[in-house]
Design a protein around this ligand. Structure first.
Ligand code: ZN
Length: 323
């Protein structure tokens, strides 16, 4: 450890910015984009026409976490604070959950499954009103929350491994692994399905994520014992900054141990998003999308610009999920 280069690198580490993104920009954009291709013929043309909007704005809800109070809890649910069998005991519907735990408690520990259902209702309304701006915005954003609900570390209070000495695992699983390996994933997920009970489906994806949590934490811990510290991490230059990352050999070993888990959760997200879009459209009476206005008005574009600025300068501090 007396090596001066090592000391400098260690000091650098302490001042690295944390990322604070869920799924990372890359995965969120990829997931929203791919969901378009799982839509039935009556919908796919419209969504393809707006695929750029749906892709580029996929991370807006994360940007807003710094600016908008009440935004943060929409991205996760800390199931373990409700006890061991919370996954099975939690009331599925908002009203019953509020009666059992109080709204304050729910907001404190996250509301993602209920928020997805609320957005599904709003998207259905937007289709009924044939409101282009709202259809695009709500489709894009429900995609974000559904994708978040598929991430195991979005279902626990140990969301960044901070309680088990595994700090950094959040960004590792949901940003670095997809960035490194998603190029080889099979994203053909088949066609969207009509969801008889959207609220229960939202819980279904939370369950799938939560059941995967043990392996997310366990394999990282196990590999950490096998790898020497300097082999576990390496340094890469990103945006002209030397950044500490999980090394390629460590990432590969972890990815192999997870046996396709990241791919499965991404596929689940893609198929579920398309199914929610489709269900909202069916529930709205299957309005023809071909005759909706082609582009956003200048006012709507201006509004998007203003929001972007507000998000960038906001001052709420969501919990840290990066390194
Ligand atoms: Zn998020």
């Amino acid at each position: 450890m007396a090596n001066p280069l090592k000391v400098i690198l260690l000091v650098l580490l302490l001042f690295l910015p944390s990322q604070g993104n869920s799924w990372g920009f890359y995965a969120h954009q990829r997931i929203n984009r791919l969901a378009v291709f799982a839509l039935p013929p009556e919908m796919v043309g419209f969504y393809k026409k707006h695929i750029r909007y749906i892709t580029e704005n996929a991370v807006n809800p994360d940007k807003r976490r710094y600016a908008v109070e009440g935004e943060a809890p929409r991205h996760y649910i800390d199931l373990d604070v409700y006890g061991d069998s919370a996954l099975y005991k939690m009331p599925r519907y908002w009203q019953q959950a509020v009666e059992k735990y109080s709204e304050d408690t729910l907001q404190t520990y996250g509301i993602v499954p209920w928020h997805i259902n609320l957005m599904k209702y709003q998207l259905t309304q937007a289709f009924k009103e044939r409101n282009l701006e709202r259809i695009l915005r709500l489709s894009t954003e429900i995609g974000h929350y559904i994708a978040d609900a598929c991430v195991p570390l979005h279902t626990t209070q140990n969301y960044n491994g901070q309680l088990t000495g595994q700090r950094g695992i959040h960004g590792f699983w949901e940003s670095r692994l997809p960035e490194m390996y998603a190029g080889n994933y099979d994203f053909f997920v088949g066609q969207a399905l009509y969801l008889e009970q959207p609220q229960l489906k939202a819980w279904g994806i939370v369950s799938s994520a939560h059941l995967a949590l043990d392996s997310v934490l366990y394999f990282e811990k196990q590999l950490t014992q096998e790898f020497e510290e300097e082999k576990k991490y390496s340094f890469e230059v990103r945006n002209n900054l030397t950044t500490r990352v999980y090394s390629r050999p460590f990432s590969l070993a972890y990815h192999n141990q997870l046996r396709g888990q990241v791919e499965r959760q991404m596929r689940l997200a893609i198929h579920t998003i398309a199914s929610f879009w489709y269900t909202a459209w069916v529930d709205a009476g299957q309005p023809s999308l071909g005759t909706l206005a082609n582009t956003l008005t200048p006012e709507q574009l201006h509004q998007l610009e203003l929001e972007k600025k507000a998000y960038e300068t906001g001052n709420h501090t969501p919990r840290e999920e990066g390194n």
